[in-house]
Design a protein around this ligand. Structure first.
Ligand code: UN1
Length: 503
């Protein structure tokens, strides 16, 4: 912790900068704009210059030129580079945590977990590259007289668009997946978090990744994101962010003339946890606090709707209020802090507006007090009548309680399922059939029983949703690379007589 604090102090003396990094060179983009810390409005962490069209074109050209050799090198060769990228992250963990804390408002435990997750993505996708992208391909046995095989290959140039809430882990996860499968990458980091992205890309290039295989193109969605996704040079898009943005990207892709490309989207959630009367109260309280208020509620996996049975609801709510009072809000770079700021003034304004609605149309049960500086929003516990009250994701530390009668479970869960999100789902019960019932009633990509519902572990808890929550394949799972790749079948007549040997 002392070492991390020293790195934050060191960082505070510097002004970092980010801009279009194409062919390994930082080129001048639009006039630089300040990057401000959400913790303290006055504090400028660095400057960023937005990528322009000629730089985007140039990045596509270089990526296109370098990609075939990278693809043909095969999975095992690419795995070595991915491991070197992971090593580089590990060797720089303190500096990366300091940037994450200042630029994205991450608490130190969250920052450390995020760097670890980025490393895990590099190593896990290295393993998949090694296992699934051999040069020879998989032999498929069939009729005598021919040799059939199937192999995976890269698609070409992938555009990766990542969010500010995991500006290193998801940023790296997308890039590592695309690279592992044999693609080149043009990465657009979130508008709010270009500095950590810049730092990471420089590390990856220094670790041995061909500069042309990874370009960084910072900027806004309306400008850089739109130009990238409309570009004729792309072969696929990986996106994590809001459902609205996913709709827009889908539309842009639909209007392109050219190759039909995959769109891998990981979007929002309206995630519920169902508690029954057999659940262990203390465990429920711990898991709810972590799932709803951890990372200031700024995870797509976070808990938004807590369904409590009438009989025990009051007792659980009292416990939650007490546990909320124990949360420390403040500067995320301080070791004692549990809840940092929300990302920016827009995020805070949207939450303030939601709070007005809760006060008017529902019941606020408890709210903490936020620090004066920066864009803090104090955690809120509110009660709403049914899941219908929420139409869309509320992105921040707001937990909505819904009381239900056990005999109404089907109807209550049905109202949540009707929202068509399908990301995470929680259950707290000592009865196995209850978990099975909830799972049947609410489709979700990740269901967590008797535990918290965030922090999926790469490699063992493949993460991702359905419906309004995304397309899959799941990040950190065994099929993660499939949509980043094409399949090539090879059939050779080994009877050497010509014609079709199956006839
Ligand atoms: C997101 O918040 O955009 O399991 C997704 C988790 C994380 C969520 C990341 N993998 O909490």
């Amino acid at each position: 912790r002392d070492r991390l604090a020293a790195h934050v102090a060191e960082l505070d003396k510097l002004t970092l900068s980010a801009g279009p990094l194409v062919g390994g060179k930082l080129t001048a983009g639009a006039p630089p704009m300040p990057v401000q810390s959400p913790t303290d409005h006055g504090r400028v962490v660095g400057v960023v210059s937005e990528a322009q069209l000629p730089q985007i074109d140039q990045a596509f050209r270089l990526a296109r030129a370098a990609q075939p050799a990278w693809d043909q090198a095969g999975g095992p060769a690419r795995a070595e580079v991915l491991h070197a990228m992971g090593d580089a992250l590990e060797a720089n963990i303190e500096r990366l945590c300091a940037i994450l804390s200042r630029e994205a408002g991450k608490t130190l435990p969250d920052a450390i977990a995020e760097v670890r997750e980025a490393v895990d993505f590099c190593r896990y996708y290295a393993k998949l590259a090694q296992e699934q992208f051999g040069l020879a391909g998989e032999v498929l046995t069939g009729p005598v007289g021919e040799a059939n095989s199937l192999r995976l290959a890269g698609r070409g140039v992938f555009v990766c668009i990542s969010p500010w809430n995991f500006p290193l882990a998801i940023f790296t996860g997308q890039i590592a997946a695309a690279l592992a499968a044999g693609n080149a990458v043009l990465a657009k980091p979130a508008e709010q978090t270009p500095l950590i992205a810049m730092e990471a890309v420089k590390l990856y290039h220094a670790a041995g990744l061909d500069h042309r295989l990874l370009a960084l193109l910072p900027g806004r969605g309306e400008t850089v994101g739109a130009a990238l996704t409309a570009h004729e040079g792309l072969d696929g898009v990986a996106f994590t962010g809001g459902t609205d943005t996913a709709w827009r990207i889908n539309q842009t892709l639909a209007q392109r003339q050219g190759p039909i490309v995959p769109f891998i989207a990981e979007t929002g959630g309206l995630n519920g946890m169902f508690v029954d009367t057999t659940a262990q109260r203390e465990q429920v309280i711990d898991d709810v606090i972590l799932s709803a208020f951890g990372s200031a509620g700024q995870r797509c996996s976070a808990l938004r709707l807590l369904f409590l049975p009438h009989d025990t609801a009051e007792h659980v709510i009292e416990g939650l209020k007490g546990a909320m009072d124990a949360l420390v809000l403040g500067d995320p770079a301080q070791a004692v802090t549990d809840v940092g700021p929300v990302i920016d003034a827009d995020a805070k304004a949207a939450l303030d507006q939601h709070l007005v609605r809760l006060n008017r149309e529902a019941k606020v049960l408890h709210q903490l007090t936020a620090p004066e500086t920066g864009t803090f929003f104090a955690p809120v516990l509110a009660e709403i009548p049914t899941a219908d009250f929420l139409e869309r994701e509320v992105f921040g530390p707001v937990l909505h309680v819904v009381r239900y009668r056990p005999e109404d479970l089907e109807q209550v869960a049905g109202a949540l399922a009707a929202r068509r999100y399908g990301l995470t789902l929680g259950v707290h019960s000592r009865i196995e059939s209850f978990a099975a019932d909830v799972q049947r009633l609410v489709p979700a990509g990740n269901c967590y029983v008797n535990r918290s519902m965030t922090g999926a572990v790469v490699g063992v808890q493949p993460f991702g949703g359905e419906g309004l929550s995304g397309t899959g394949p799941k990040a950190g799972g065994p099929h993660a690379l499939m949509r980043y790749a094409v399949e090539r079948a090879l059939s050779i007549n080994i009877t050497a007589q010509g014609g079709d040997p199956t006839l």
